[in-house]
Design a protein around this ligand. Structure first.
Ligand code: NAD
Ligand code: MG
Length: 392
């Protein structure tokens, strides 16, 4: 299988290449992309010898070309157009969509339009443009396989021909598990002063900075509720979030007859990555077997929407339909960036998102232009909300 890895230098990208390297007979890397971590991308190019490598801009392209040894056939490209190009190359079978944030939408959509096997880690693409994206997947006959561990677990717990048709599959509810993040037990008054370093220190998963902050605010789970809505055609009131601190059960599907199916495993993204890479086969991922005796207990709690208002904001956006989820996503991206740069306190993240949702007028999202309009509008409003907070 020939594969392009978008976001190869990130957490998911590195795990993807780890799995691919275990099966040189099975996978061939055609393209690797990275934004600014040029040295890491150069190492990956030396190892996997892709036909193309894509970086953010001309400076990074020059640096990458300098790092690649003479005689290497890797062609260095840069910019958003090049990302779309390597996502839709005719001889590519599968695309790992692992760019973080809204920047991942155009190339992920390009892969869907080209009818590829799309391994979807970039949940923001689906949150922003769910209707447009799913329409393209169906029109082009793309195979959309979820990498997000919860959605991969749900996919594994639903018969394949029922995925996307909950009524026919007799599904009552989707139970989306959440670790609760680093602040699960942190009292409300202490959340006021938590730092970026504390927020990105996740207890169970090692991930990129943005998703780590999303996990700390529980916006990650909110985005995942919206992601599940689109992937499995599930209405908001049939998706329930369950805090499960051990991160061993990756999600569950509750059927009408009382059966509940789940997928379990050690919290290591190489499991869903290997699952989606090889589906419907099973291959070694390098993940250690689950030791239930070492796990001992599996616990469950209700999410606390007072301390973690982001989860309700996401449900609100999903129920509002139209541009609301795109607005939510854009405001969250801006607020998280401001928090990471210490321009916004932790609790300010939810406040900025709520104010932006209040201020951006409701609108439909008939096409991709409308999606990007909503994204731009929300970033502009969220920027003003951030600026006015600093003046107070
Ligand atoms: P990361 O920050 O570690 O990596 C992000 C990648 O995207 C890097 O390769 C970076 O170079 C690239 N990138 C960043 N900005 C870009 C831009 N403007 N243009 C082009 N490329 C750009 O992030 P990650 O943790 O690997 O997460 C990637 C995606 O997968 C996110 O959407 C995240 O929500 C999702 N996801 C991650 C995990 C995880 O365990 N890390 C789990 C589930 C879902
Ligand atoms: Mg997840």
């Amino acid at each position: 299988m020939k594969i392009s890895v978008l976001g190869a230098t990130g957490s998911i990208g590195v795990s993807t290449l780890d799995v691919i390297a275990r099966h040189p007979d099975r996978f061939e890397v055609v393209a690797l992309t990275g934004h600014s971590r040029v040295e890491i991308l150069a190492d990956q190019c030396r190892r996997f010898r892709p036909a193309y490598a894509v970086v953010g801009g001309p400076d990074e392209a020059r640096r990458l070309s300098d790092l690649l040894t003479a005689g290497m056939a890797t062609e260095v490209l840069y910019g958003p157009e090049a990302l779309c190009q390597v996502a839709s190359l005719p001889d590519v079978d599968a695309v790992m969509a692992a760019i973080v944030g809204a920047a991942g939408l155009p190339p992920t959509l390009a892969a869907a339009k080209a009818g590829k096997r799309v391994l979807l880690a970039n949940k923001e693409a689906l949150v922003m443009a769910g209707a447009v994206f799913m329409a393209e997947v169906h029109r082009a006959g793309a195979l959309l396989l979820p990498i997000d561990s919860e959605h991969n677990a749900i996919f594994q717990s639903m018969p394949h021909d029922f995925a996307g048709n909950m009524a026919r599959g007799g599904v009552r509810r989707i139970l989306l598990t959440a670790s609760g993040g680093p602040f699960r037990n942190t009292p409300a008054d202490q959340l006021r002063t938590v730092t970026p370093a504390q927020a990105v220190a996740h207890p169970n998963w090692s991930m990129g900075r943005k998703i780590s902050v999303d996990s700390a605010t529980m916006m990650n789970k909110g985005l995942e509720v919206i992601e599940a809505h689109w992937l499995f055609n599930a209405p908001a009131d049939r998706i329930e979030v369950v805090i499960h601190p051990q991160s061993v059960i990756h999600s569950l599907v509750d059927y009408n007859d009382g059966s509940v199916l789940a997928q379990l495993g050690n919290p290591d993204m190489r499991t869903p990555i290997a699952h989606a890479l090889a589906w419907p086969d099973r291959i070694d991922s390098g993940v250690a077997p689950l030791d239930l005796f070492a796990v001992g207990q599996l616990n469950f709690e209700r999410p606390d929407s007072t301390r973690f208002p982001c989860l309700d904001l996401a449900y609100r956006a999903l129920r509002a339909e139209g541009n609301a989820a795109a607005v939510l996503n854009a405001a969250n991206e801006l607020a998280v960036e401001a928090f990471l740069e210490e321009r916004l306190p932790f609790l300010g993240i939810a406040e900025v998102i709520a104010e932006t949702l209040d201020q951006v007028p409701q609108a439909g999202l008939p096409d991709l232009d409308a999606v990007f309009d909503a994204d731009r509008q929300a970033r502009s409003v969220a920027g003003k909300v951030l600026a006015s907070r600093r003046q107070r």
